[in-house]
Design a binder for this molecule. Structure first.
Ligand code: C2E
Ligand code: CA
Ligand code: CA
Length: 439
């Protein structure tokens, strides 16, 4: 059975096109000979981040180690190829589901331990999809489409996972393709709506701000959540126009909220990296603030941690400009990636949001609780604001209170709601009475 040899592996390691051609050749040979096989794309979900964080030299070494380990497990049973920067493709000459599961689970088990590169121990996560030939399809181009679909369905950033291609994934993909077309007109058709979720300051039991969260009110499917369409907006660049629409809408709403609350309340707006890179962004927000007579201090701009990590000089300059205008600049999803303490000192930020991924682990996980307690203390001493996000349970709330994290966002108080709800007289939020002083 043909397998990548060490000297071949090094050329395949760097030449993705060449590797993919070889995959097609072998797969077509299987097709002609009617050999049953499994096509197994393996995505190394964290490789890109190691490239950014440690440099490409480490990234290449990690990739090589991963290839060696997988190769050892597939032995003479298959071939391995590259399928894009962080993805490998295995053709396994095996059609028995139990045997395939056995091999895949052994590979995953191998990666439960970190990989040693030079002096570092690095955790690597694999997302593995399984497509079966001929059961899933007999067509080369359909198999290729299924490879993408199964990878999409299995991707979880910080977990080793595997899944067989299934009908639900294919349906979801078809839906996504439909949304890709329909979303082009959504802004003109007035289908985007903004929901608001309160952020509560538990030290005085009042709402200190809201986060604006986008919803798509689809004419047939009803309210669609951002996770089902934000990617489409970002990859197509439509997010730039939608982002402008959100900014304008929120500015108009801030005026109403302040009038009703008779005090300063800020609203957080999520900003994608491509918006920061758009040359018209700063000019647009200056103009909008002018027109709506809203002050920058009433707006926080939330930027996800990844954009900070991968930030270019241009993004950093835009962030500095925003901070100097008086906007709050918040790192969103803090704790999901490599929360370099470096940002807390060197980046123009005014606060960060601890992601729900982290909050879910407290108070039961001792290590996370210690890290959280100290990060909150550190932020306090540096004069940086901290919000805990995704707080659902009383134990979490009590823990956060005990470590002086007073700003809380989560279902424990309120889900996101359309702004009409905001103008109701008061909220009885999850048993804790948090009045919004109206009149
Ligand atoms: P995010 O910025 O991290 O927003 C917080 C998400 O957590 C929201 O999901 C919110 O509904 C959810 N959440 C809040 N508290 C809880 C809780 O206690 N439990 C649970 N399970 N979830 C909670 P949502 O609205 O579905 O938004 C998902 C993501 O979509 C946002 O994550 C953000 O990354 C993106 N997004 C939403 N609106 C916009 C937008 O206007 N622009 C951009 N660029 N991205 C947006
Ligand atoms: Ca956010
Ligand atoms: Ca977040």
């Amino acid at each position: 059975m043909e397998i990548i040899h060490d000297n071949e592996m090094s050329s395949d390691l760097y030449n993705i096109d060449y590797s993919l051609e070889k995959f097609k050749d072998v797969f077509c040979k299987n097709l002609c000979e009617h050999n049953e096989c499994s096509i197994i794309p393996i995505h190394i979900s964290i490789l890109k981040h190691y490239n950014y964080l440690l440099g490409y030299e480490y990234g290449d070494r990690i990739l090589k180690k991963v290839i060696e380990k997988i190769k050892y497990r597939i032995e003479e049973n298959g071939n391995m190829y590259r399928f894009g920067g962080s993805t490998l493709l295995v053709i396994l000459n095996e059609s028995c589901k139990q045997k395939i599961i056995g091999i895949v689970e052994t590979i995953i088990k191998d990666f439960n331990e970190p990989i040693k590169i030079k002096d570092k121990e690095l955790k690597v996560f694999l997302n593995i999809g399984i497509v079966h030939y001929p059961e899933d399809s007999k067509e080369v181009h359909t198999i290729f489409k299924y490879i993408e679909i199964v990878l999409d369905g299995v991707k979880k950033k910080y977990k080793n996972t595997y899944r067989f291609l299934n009908h639900k994934m294919v349906q979801k993909h078809i839906k996504k393709c439909q949304y890709e077309k329909e979303i082009l007109n959504a802004i003109n058709n007035g289908e985007f709506k903004i929901y608001y979720q309160s952020i509560v300051d538990i030290s005085n039991k009042s709402i200190c701000s809201f986060e604006a969260l986008l919803r798509w009110n689809h004419p047939k499917d009803g309210i669609i959540m951002p996770l089902d369409f934000i990617d489409i907006l970002e990859s197509s660049g439509i997010i730039i126009d939608v982002g402008k629409f959100i900014f304008k809408e929120v500015c108009n709403e801030i005026k109403n909220i302040k009038k009703l609350a008779k005090r300063d309340i800020s609203v957080s707006i999520n900003v994608s990296e491509c918006q920061l890179l758009d040359d018209t962004f700063l000019e647009f927000i200056d103009e909008t603030l002018d027109k709506t007579e809203v002050e920058a201090k009433n707006i926080n701009l939330e930027i996800i941690e990844r954009s900070m990590l991968e930030s270019t000089e241009k993004t950093l300059n835009v962030l500095k400009e925003l901070k100097s205008r008086g906007f709050g600049v918040i790192i969103d999803d803090f704790g999901t990636k490599y929360s370099a303490l470096n940002y807390l000192c060197n980046f123009p930020i005014s606060g960060f949001k601890i992601d729900k991924f982290f909050i879910e682990k407290i108070p039961n996980s001792y290590k996370e609780a210690i890290v959280l307690k100290n990060i909150i203390q550190l932020a306090k001493e540096l004069g940086i604001d901290v919000v805990a996000e995704g707080v659902e349970r009383v134990e979490q709330l009590e823990f956060l209170q005990s470590v002086n994290c007073n700003k809380i966002q989560g279902f424990i108080f309120s889900k996101p709601f359309p702004c009409e709800e905001l103008y109701k007289e008061k909220f009885d939020l999850g048993g804790i009475f948090v009045p919004l002083p109206l009149n």
